[in-house]
Structure formats: C-alpha cells, structure tokens
Ligand binder design. Structure first.
Ligand code: PXP
Length: 250
C-alpha cells in the first residue's frame, strides 16, 4: 500500500484564538494565542506533509494575515480551501499556494451531503480551475463521492478531488456505515479510473482512520478537528505522529 500523505488542517487552532482575541487576532501581538502558524510549524516537524487552511468569507477562524504568514514560513505545501468566488480567486492568484481546494460556502453551491455542487456551479468552477491551472496552482474539488460530481470534475480538468468523508463519519456508529464506506470506495475507484488524484477529508478521527485508510487509491487525507483536539492533551508533535502512524497502518 502506498504511503498516504497527511494535510494538517489548522483552522480550529484559529477558532480557539478567535474565541478570545476576535479583534486582536487580526493584529500583531505577542499574547495572541494560540498561534496557528506555530501549530503549523510544529505539525510539519512532526511529519505533516502539508498545511491546510480554509479562509472563510466570514473570517470566522483563519485570517488573511495568518495565510500570508504561512506562505512565508512553512516548508511543506500550502493548501488553501476557498469558495469559488471572484474575490477568493483573486486572493489565491496573489498568494500562490501549491494547492487550492474549492469548497462550498453559499447555499446554492452545496449538495445535500455537503460537498461542492460542481454540476450545479459548473461555469464558476470551470473558470476558477482554469485560472488556477494557468497560474500553476493545482486545484482540488471537495465533492461527494457521486458519479456525476466526479465525472464533471474530471471533465473540467481539475487534477484532484477530495472526497467528502463527513457523511461516512456521521454514520460511523450506525447501520449506515457500510453503505457510506461503499459509496466512498466506489467513488475513489471511479475518480482514479478517470485520472483524478484522490484525496479525502472531513470528520476523520483516531478511530475511524482504521477503516478510512483502507479506501483504495488514497493520496492524501486532510484532517483538522481531531488533531487539534488531541494536541490539547498530548501536544502537536504526538497528535500528528499518532495520526500519521495510524493512517499508514501502525
Ligand atoms: N477537508 C475539507 C475540504 C474541509 O473543509 C475540512 C474542514 O471542514 C476538512 C477537510 C477537515 O475536517 P475536520 O476538521 O473534520 O478534520
């Protein structure tokens, strides 16, 4: 089995900071903690293969300043999750992250399961993928593991998809788990057959990873909440090492 890479999503480190320093979080200040950039550097040192952030339109956790600091400081690769809007496209073209992952933010572009509705937002997604490709930025589309979404993602020339594992994670302790797993499995096979690189993410934790890792063709998992939560007790280093070990069968 090929090694699965880990993208560490640090959004929830910023969530904790914003809970106290909503105003100061956007400014310089030594006591503004916890600092997501420090989290990112520790995560890299522990074996994280990339850093993922979602710059939301409402700026509820990660701030623009964080993203610019990450761009300067990190030594792996930056994956910017963003809405498919002209303002975010302009921002990404200036920032030049290695990867952009298009995610839904407005009601019109979200599917029932929570992935990006590529089928319903075809023209906007196409324009964004083309702009990123022309700038040398690789685009991933965060989609449900459904054939129409997967097939159109390939047609639009996105090199990557990130399969939404949220429905599977929610069903983990229910009778629906096997069906959700099967859906992800078939989606991963279909995406791979169409030449897409298969990433996955959302709701992955230290327990369900034992099964998630058995999905075929997985290239990278983007994991945030469980790692940030575990890090509160063990520190970032152990939280990241433990997840990477579990992802790869230890
Ligand atoms: N992948 C994408 C596209 C996301 O938007 C998120 C955050 O919701 C994640 C992965 C990480 O999810 P979690 O924090 O549940 O690990």
């Amino acid at each position: 089995m090929a090694m699965i890479f880990l993208g560490v999503n640090i959004d929830h480190c910023a969530t904790l900071r914003q809970a106290r320093y909503r105003e100061a979080g956007a400014t310089t200040g030594g006591v503004v903690e916890p600092d997501p950039v420090t989290f990112a550097l520790l995560a890299e040192r522990a074996g994280g293969d990339g850093i993922t952030v979602h710059l939301r339109e409402d700026r509820r956790h990660i701030q623009e300043r964080d993203v610019w600091r990450l761009r300067e400081c990190i030594g792996t690769r930056l994956n910017l999750e963003m809405a498919c809007t002209p303002a975010m496209t302009e921002f990404a073209l200036k920032l030049k992250p290695e990867f952009v992952c298009l995610v839904p933010e407005s009601r019109q572009e979200v599917t029932t399961e929570g992935g990006l509705d590529v089928v319903g937002s075809r023209d906007r997604v196409k324009a964004c993928v083309e702009a990123m490709t022309a700038a040398g930025i690789k685009t991933s589309l965060f989609i449900d593991a459904d054939d129409p979404q997967i097939e159109l993602s390939a047609q639009l020339g996105a090199p990557y998809v990130e399969l939404h594992t949220g429905a599977y994670a929610n069903a983990f302790h229910t009778a629906r788990r096997a069906a959700e797993y099967q859906r992800l499995r078939l989606g991963a096979v279909r995406a791979h057959d169409l030449g897409l690189v298969v990433n996955a993410g959302h709701g992955i934790n230290y327990v369900n990873i034992a099964e998630v890792r058995t999905l075929p063709h997985l290239h990278e998992l983007n994991i945030g909440h469980s790692i940030v939560s575990r890090a509160l007790f063990t520190g970032v280093d152990e939280a990241v090492r433990e997840m990477k070990a579990r992802m790869n069968g230890a």
